[in-house]
Design a protein around this ligand. Structure first.
Ligand SMILES: N[C@@H](CCC(=O)NCCCC(=O)O)C(=O)O
Length: 252
């Protein structure tokens, strides 16, 4: 069987005086080296992406993190300047793709911004600047020019017994990194909490009664996927789900 393919929607990033469809290398590296899949980067388009045309051709979907925020209008809120930066083309690409992948039972792994998109796509809301709420830890990325410091593993999260990710990670405490200022506020009806931080922040979810693997994590398992055991196990589990789906698709 040929190597399965995972769709990875891009961000719109501006540099060198123009806009680019871009995905950070760490996501592709983790998918290729640990999940053992190929990745197809999907352009971020406000119009023109056909979710089924994409999903007919892949065996999984990975929604990456990004420094931009889901536009508040997508979860019924007014957008304030401080809620940005925004990436409407990414939102327009990922939210329908997430919903359709879940409907079709195509394996789905959503990371950081991705878990926030998963929640919004299924009807939930987000809280911004969570570190300003009483009792909430500062989950923002450490200020450093060194990306290894930004993505340093420094926060305990607690994996719930019987959760989907417990199959790969076991239950109880694991140590993760943290680079976010938003988090799930009202959890979507079809999502269940899989892990939380000590301050109660939702750190992982899965889709209730999903036809396939459908998980979101607020941390960044991709960054240390080759060396950190929980990170590696999560990507290995995602790769296993993608290969199982690819096998059924090949039979069909
Ligand atoms: N913008 C959202 C999502 C956070 C996220 O995906 N962080 C990754 C940051 C990557 C980088 O800055 O290089 C939030 O802040 O909650």
């Amino acid at each position: 069987m040929s190597k399965p393919i995972v769709a990875v929607p891009a961000d719109i990033r501006a540099f060198d005086g123009t806009d680019w469809h871009s995905v950070q290398v760490q996501y592709v590296r983790a998918a290729v080296k640990v999940a053992d899949v190929m990745t197809f980067i999907i352009p971020a388009l406000e119009q023109g992406n056909d979710s089924d045309a994409i999903l007919d051709r892949v065996d999984g979907v990975m929604i990456t993190g990004s420094a931009t925020n889901v536009h508040p209008s997508l979860y019924g809120r007014e957008a304030r300047p401080e809620d940005g930066p925004f990436d409407p083309a990414r939102d327009a690409t990922t939210l329908p793709l997430i919903r359709r992948a879940i409907e079709r039972g195509i394996p789905l792994l959503c990371i950081c911004r991705g878990i926030q998109e998963l929640n919004v796509a299924l009807g939930g809301t987000l809280a911004s600047e969570i570190q300003e709420q009483p009792g909430i830890w500062d989950h923002r990325k450490p200020v450093s020019p060194d990306r290894d410091v930004m993505y340093s593993i420094r926060q305990p999260v607690y994996v719930k017994e019987g959760s989907c990710i417990a199959r790969a990670l076991g239950t109880g405490e694991i140590q993760v990194n943290s680079l976010h200022r938003q988090a799930i506020s009202d959890i979507a009806p079809r999502l269940q909490v899989e892990a939380t931080a000590e301050d109660g922040t939702i750190e992982a979810v899965s889709v209730i009664d999903a036809r396939g693997y459908a998980v979101g994590v607020q941390w960044h398992p991709e960054y240390w996927a080759e060396t950190d055991t929980p990170s590696r196990r999560l990507f290995e589990d995602f790769g296993k789900a993608v290969r199982a789906y690819a096998a059924t698709r090949a039979k069909a």
